[in-house]
Design a binder for this molecule. Structure first.
Ligand code: TNX
Length: 517
């Protein structure tokens, strides 16, 4: 016996007694977005120091998902779970398995099956994106408090059962306006972290506007030298170098989030024209603009040099944006003549396609004869979205009076605007995106996006005040089946997000509509 003990402590230990887990109810967990189907088996998995993570290794992205989970578990619990390090001599007591699977039960690329038993958690997904969504569910199931009586060490009891889940929409986005006020790489990363926890898969970055140009274009350096040096209220502005932007794209990709770049045009272009005055089409002298009016600037839609410039800009940005879309804005071009506007949109759409992307634009672009591969971003004109949908375009829904994160919650809100109305947390949640637009076929809806315009906010604290908790509700509307979107049930689950929000130091707006815990 002494000899065996010298060889390994594990061999000395008597066979482990089964653990007598307390009764749980997986169906009562405060998951957001609410999964498609939850079957509780009323026992538990004891997450502890004797747990290891094992992933499929054929796709290296599955290994990354396992490492991401391990890192998040470490931050939350202090446990340091090994990833893909188990061998027969060091068999762990409990395993979290993350498998690539072709099971027919998995409907789409982001679907997952999560089976939680006493000694194992098995997560199956077709793709690493699906596995990534699944581990967000698992993170949300890890309790705040440990059980210290079942074994000699602490255990985080995860309720047992089976979750089958799949998103309602393939596009679940938020937009951040980094043009009106600049947000640093670190600030954008923090926003990405929180979006990922709620299964968002798109961050649309509004990279240019009258008040600032925020992305380095190597062939046109004044865009950032001149156009980047201003913002609303007269602050210093700022911009991302292409290296910083690539870093953001990579950080988002680790979270299976696609960054969609937007260069807004032909309106919202004062900062660009100030940098290169030949672009200007409004005939007025240019000055730096730090106010919040819209609709006064335009590119000159009749000059070939403008399109040559845009070819460079779109080429450079498309080359560092691996996602399928390039957003051309197109909103509120009030001083562009209608014919010029149409010519412009149609020409720019072709430039985007030439550089390998699908065009995407605010609903005004449907005035043009646009391609069926171009996505329409609905914000205020249902009829133009309907017209485009009839022609085969997909629609992303961002109706201002429902999804605009920059609208005030109520009359005492510290930040925000009011032009589309007040959007209290329940109003933002209580609507059905699938039937919101009369006459729009379900198959035409690509998804939902909650835009955060930044006229009134300039740092993470202010961003979070407007985005949270509302962005959590849009995550559920975009992911969960309509029959699971129920305000009374949601507000209770929302109240239980406090430990997570606090751990992330999120400055959410503590609306009185929710009994925060
Ligand atoms: C309208 S919505 C805009 C933005 C403003 C926003 C403020 C849209 C496509 N354009 O330029 O920032 O209102 O809520």
């Amino acid at each position: 016996l002494v000899l065996i003990c010298v060889m390994g402590i594990a061999a000395c230990q008597p066979k482990k007694e089964p653990i007598n887990y307390p009764k749980t109810d997986l169906a009562q967990s405060a998951l957001i977005p609410k999964p498609l189907d939850v079957e509780a088996t009323h026992s538990a998995f004891g997450l502890d120091q004797a747990t290891a993570i094992q992933t499929s290794e054929t796709d290296p992205q599955f290994v990354d998902v396992g490492r991401f989970l391990s890192e998040k578990i470490k931050i939350k619990t202090g446990l340091d779970l090994p990833v893909n390090q188990t061998d027969s001599e060091n068999a762990p007591d409990r395993l979290v398995l993350i498998n690539q699977s072709d099971s027919g039960d998995l409907q789409g690329p982001e679907s997952y099956l999560l089976e939680i038993k006493n000694d194992s958690v098995v997560l199956n997904a077709k793709t690493a994106a699906g596995a990534f969504r699944g581990i967000q569910t698992l993170r949300q199931l890890i309790p705040e408090v440990t059980n210290d009586t079942l074994t000699e060490h602490s255990m985080w009891l995860i309720p047992s059962g089976k979750i089958t889940d799949t998103p309602k929409f393939e596009y679940r986005g938020s937009m951040l306006d980094v043009a009106r006020h600049f947000f640093t790489v670190e600030e954008v990363k923090k926003y990405l972290d929180i979006l990922a926890y709620y299964k968002y898969n798109v961050l649309h970055l509004h990279l240019s506007d009258d008040q600032g140009w925020r992305i380095e274009i190597k062939s046109w350096p004044k865009l950032t030298e001149v156009g980047g040096a201003s913002e609303v209220g007269g602050g210093p502005g700022g911009f991302y170098t292409q290296e910083q932007y690539k870093d953001l794209v990579a950080y988002a990709a680790e979270r299976h989030i696609t960054i969609i770049p937007e260069i807004d045009m032909p309106g919202h272009t004062n900062a660009a024209s100030l940098s290169y005055p030949f672009l200007n089409g409004n005939g007025k002298p240019l000055k730096s603009y730090t106010g919040t009016r819209v609709g006064f600037s335009t590119f000159d839609a009749q000059k070939d040099t403008v399109y040559a410039f845009l070819d460079d800009v779109i080429r450079e940005v498309a080359a560092i944006s691996p996602g399928p879309y390039f957003h051309i804005g197109g909103d509120e071009s009030h001083v562009t003549k209608k014919n010029d506007y149409i010519t412009f949109v149609e020409r720019v759409e072709k430039i985007v396609q030439k550089h390998g992307k699908r065009a995407f634009g605010w609903n005004e672009i449907a005035q043009g004869d646009i391609d069926s591969t171009t996505v329409i971003h609905l914000w205020n004109e249902p009829h133009s979205a309907l017209k485009a949908a009839k022609n085969g375009s997909k629609v992303v829904l961002s109706p201002a009076e429902k999804t605009y994160l920059d609208m005030k919650y109520d009359s005492v809100s510290k930040f925000g605007l009011t032009w589309a109305g007040l959007i209290p947390v329940d109003v933002g949640y209580k609507w059905d995106p699938e039937t919101y637009m009369e006459g729009l076929p379900r198959a035409s809806i690509l998804g939902l996006e909650a835009p955060l315009w930044s006229e009134t906010i300039s740092n993470s604290e202010e961003l979070e005040y407007l985005a949270f908790p509302r962005a959590i509700g849009y995550a559920e509307l975009a992911w969960s089946a309509e029959e699971h979107c129920n305000w009374e049930d949601y507000r209770e689950r929302l109240a239980k997000q406090v430990p997570y929000l606090n751990s992330m130091k999120v400055n959410y707006y503590p609306t009185k509509l929710v009994d925060w815990e």
